[in-house]
Design a protein around this ligand. Sequence first.
Ligand SMILES: Nc1nc2c(ncn2[C@@H]2O[C@H](COP(=O)(O)OP(=O)(O)OP(=O)(O)O)[C@@H](O)[C@H]2O)c(=O)[nH]1
Ligand SMILES: [Mg+2]
Length: 372
Amino acid sequence: MELLVVVGIVVVLAALVMVGFVTRRPTRALPPAPAPAAEPPRMVADVESPLLTDTPALDVPEPTAGRLIRLRGRLGRSQTTLGRGLFALLSRDKLDDETWEQVEDTLLTSDMGVAATQELVERLKQRVRIEGLTSPAELRAILREELVTTLGRDLDRTLRTLPHADRPAVVLVVGVNGTGKTTTCGKLARVLVADGRSVVLGAADTFRAAAADQLETWGSRVGAHTVRGPEGGDPAAVAFDAVAKGKELKADTVLVDTAGRLHTKTGLMDELGKVKRVVEKHGPIDETLLVLDATTGQNGVVQARVFTEAVQVTGVVLTKLDGTAKGGIVVAVQRELGIPVKLVGLGEGPDDLAPFEAEAFADALLGDDAAL
Ligand SMILES: Nc1nc2c(ncn2[C@@H]2O[C@H](COP(=O)(O)OP(=O)(O)OP(=O)(O)O)[C@@H](O)[C@H]2O)c(=O)[nH]1
Ligand SMILES: [Mg+2]
C-alpha cells in the first residue's frame, strides 16, 4: 500500500514536470530591435514578422540539394514533346533526311531557337554517322550528351549570396509584370534559410501595398525580416534602407523585390537604373536576377535584352516551366544573351524553385519512361 502511494506521488510529480517542460518551450531568439533613427524618418517602415512574436512555428524549408531531380516530373509537358517525340523518331529503322527534319521540328517546338536547334541536329547526325550508332540505348546516350552541351555544361551558375566582411550580399530581382518575382524572392529566401543563412527582404515594389504584404508573408514564414515603404513611395529609398537594415542586423543576404515593369516603358526602366545606383551606395550589387516567365517563349529574349541594358543582369530565373512544353527557352536565353539560367521555377509551392543543372535538366526533359 505504501509502495503504491509512493509510486502515485512519483507519477504525479513526473506529469507536472512534463507539463512545465512543454509549456515553457524556449522562445526563438529575436533579431535586435530596430535602433531609433538618428536621421529624420524616411517614411520607410521596418516590419517585424508577426510570427516572430507570437507563433513559434516557422516553416522548415526542404533542402536544396537535388531539388531539380525531385521536381523533374513537373516538366511533364516538355517531356512529352521532347523526350517521347525525339525517341519515337530516333527509334525508326532508318534515319533519313525526312526523319532528321522531324527531329529538328520537334526541337523547334521547345523554343530552343533556330540556330541552337540546327547545331544540335548537325552534331547528332554527325555522331550517328561517324560512330555508326544505331541501338536505342546508344542514341539515347548521345542525345542526352549533346543536349547537355546545348544547355551549357560549364556555365557558372553560382548564386552570389555570401556576405562580405562588412555588409550582406545584395540580390536585386527584376522583370516584367507577373513573371514571378515576388514568389521567387520568397522561395529564394527559403532556400537561403534552409542553407543556414539569415535574410532581409526589401519590398521595393511600392506600387501596391499588397505587393509588400505578399513579400512579408513569404518572409514571415521563415523568420526573415521585411523592410517596406509607403504605397507610392520611392522604391530606391526602400531598397537602400533594406540594405542598411541588412547591415544593421548583420544579415547574410538582402533580397530586393521590385515592381513588374514592361521593358518598353523607358521611364520605368530608368527608375530601375536608379534603384541600382542608389543601392550601390552601400557597395556593388552581387546578383541581379531577371525573372522570365517560360510560357512567354521567345519574347523573354527581347525582355532580357532591355533589362540587361538597364541593370546588368547576372542570372536568369525561368519560372512556370511546369506549365509549358517550351523548356528549350533555357537554351535560347543563354545563347542570345550570354547570361546563365541559375534557377528554375517548377510550381507555385513554396519549395518549387530549383538550382538549374544542365545534366538533371536534360534528364528531366528526356524523361525516364520515354526510353527507347
Ligand atoms: N505554375 C507556376 N506558377 C508560378 C511560378 N512562379 C510564380 N508563379 C505564379 O505566378 C503568379 C505571379 O507571381 P508573382 O510572384 O506575384 O509575380 P510578380 O512578378 O511578383 O508580379 P508583379 O509584382 O505583379 O509584377 C503567382 O500566381 C505565382 O504563384 C512557377 O514556377 N510555376
Ligand atoms: Mg511582385
